[in-house]
Design a protein around this ligand. Structure first.
Ligand code: SF4
Ligand code: SF4
Length: 86
Protein backbone atom coordinates (compact mmCIF):
# COMPACT_ATOMS: atom_id res chain seq x y z
CA UNK A 1 0.00 0.00 0.00
CA UNK A 2 1.31 3.44 -0.95
CA UNK A 3 0.90 6.56 1.15
CA UNK A 4 2.09 10.01 0.35
CA UNK A 5 2.54 13.51 1.55
CA UNK A 6 3.13 16.83 -0.14
CA UNK A 7 5.25 19.84 0.59
CA UNK A 8 4.00 23.17 -0.74
CA UNK A 9 6.46 25.99 -1.41
CA UNK A 10 4.25 28.48 0.37
CA UNK A 11 6.05 31.57 -0.92
CA UNK A 12 5.62 30.44 -4.54
CA UNK A 13 1.95 29.43 -4.22
CA UNK A 14 -0.59 32.01 -5.41
CA UNK A 15 -3.67 30.25 -4.08
CA UNK A 16 -5.24 29.42 -7.46
CA UNK A 17 -6.78 26.23 -5.97
CA UNK A 18 -6.09 24.09 -9.07
CA UNK A 19 -4.33 21.54 -6.89
CA UNK A 20 -7.26 21.45 -4.46
CA UNK A 21 -9.71 20.74 -7.27
CA UNK A 22 -7.47 18.02 -8.71
CA UNK A 23 -7.05 16.00 -5.52
CA UNK A 24 -9.20 12.85 -5.55
CA UNK A 25 -8.77 12.48 -1.79
CA UNK A 26 -9.79 16.05 -0.83
CA UNK A 27 -6.50 16.19 1.00
CA UNK A 28 -5.73 19.83 0.24
CA UNK A 29 -7.20 23.15 1.29
CA UNK A 30 -6.19 26.78 1.53
CA UNK A 31 -4.41 28.08 4.60
CA UNK A 32 -6.01 30.66 6.85
CA UNK A 33 -2.76 32.65 6.85
CA UNK A 34 -1.18 34.42 3.87
CA UNK A 35 2.27 34.38 2.33
CA UNK A 36 4.45 37.43 1.68
CA UNK A 37 2.68 38.07 -1.62
CA UNK A 38 -0.66 38.21 0.19
CA UNK A 39 -2.02 34.87 -1.03
CA UNK A 40 -3.54 32.10 1.03
CA UNK A 41 -1.57 29.01 0.09
CA UNK A 42 -2.37 25.34 -0.41
CA UNK A 43 -1.70 22.93 2.42
CA UNK A 44 -2.54 19.39 3.48
CA UNK A 45 -5.72 19.36 5.53
CA UNK A 46 -6.14 15.58 5.81
CA UNK A 47 -3.80 12.70 6.45
CA UNK A 48 -5.04 10.60 3.53
CA UNK A 49 -2.75 11.57 0.65
CA UNK A 50 -1.99 8.64 -1.63
CA UNK A 51 0.90 10.31 -3.44
CA UNK A 52 -0.93 10.24 -6.78
CA UNK A 53 0.88 13.45 -7.90
CA UNK A 54 -2.21 15.04 -9.51
CA UNK A 55 -1.72 18.21 -7.51
CA UNK A 56 1.92 18.61 -8.48
CA UNK A 57 1.14 18.01 -12.16
CA UNK A 58 -1.55 20.69 -12.36
CA UNK A 59 0.26 23.37 -10.37
CA UNK A 60 1.24 26.08 -12.86
CA UNK A 61 4.06 27.24 -10.59
CA UNK A 62 5.53 23.84 -9.69
CA UNK A 63 5.02 24.70 -6.05
CA UNK A 64 4.24 21.15 -4.90
CA UNK A 65 6.60 18.27 -4.25
CA UNK A 66 5.07 14.85 -3.63
CA UNK A 67 6.71 12.19 -1.50
CA UNK A 68 5.58 8.58 -1.58
CA UNK A 69 6.32 5.67 0.70
CA UNK A 70 5.31 2.07 0.74
CA UNK A 71 3.43 1.12 3.88
CA UNK A 72 4.12 -2.34 5.17
CA UNK A 73 1.08 -4.38 6.10
CA UNK A 74 0.46 -4.73 9.80
CA UNK A 75 1.63 -8.10 11.05
CA UNK A 76 -0.84 -10.02 13.14
CA UNK A 77 0.88 -11.67 16.11
CA UNK A 78 0.98 -15.46 15.75
CA UNK A 79 -0.65 -15.89 19.17
CA UNK A 80 -3.73 -13.94 17.98
CA UNK A 81 -4.02 -16.10 14.85
CA UNK A 82 -3.72 -19.24 16.97
CA UNK A 83 -6.43 -18.17 19.41
CA UNK A 84 -8.86 -17.32 16.56
CA UNK A 85 -8.18 -20.60 14.78
CA UNK A 86 -9.26 -22.64 17.78
S1 SF4 B 1 -0.56 13.64 -4.23
FE1 SF4 B 1 -2.68 13.16 -4.90
S2 SF4 B 1 -3.74 12.53 -3.02
FE2 SF4 B 1 -1.86 13.62 -2.40
S3 SF4 B 1 -2.52 15.74 -2.11
FE3 SF4 B 1 -1.75 15.57 -4.21
S4 SF4 B 1 -3.59 15.13 -5.47
FE4 SF4 B 1 -4.10 14.74 -3.32
S1 SF4 C 1 -1.95 24.81 -7.89
FE1 SF4 C 1 0.05 25.59 -7.14
S2 SF4 C 1 -0.18 27.81 -7.10
FE2 SF4 C 1 -2.24 26.94 -7.24
S3 SF4 C 1 -2.96 26.77 -5.10
FE3 SF4 C 1 -2.00 24.81 -5.64
S4 SF4 C 1 0.15 24.97 -4.97
FE4 SF4 C 1 -0.71 27.05 -5.07
Amino acid sequence: MISGTVVVATEICKGCELCIASCPQDSLGLSSSINRKGYRFAQLIRDNCTGCTNCALVCPDSAITVYREKKTAKRVPQTVIASHAA
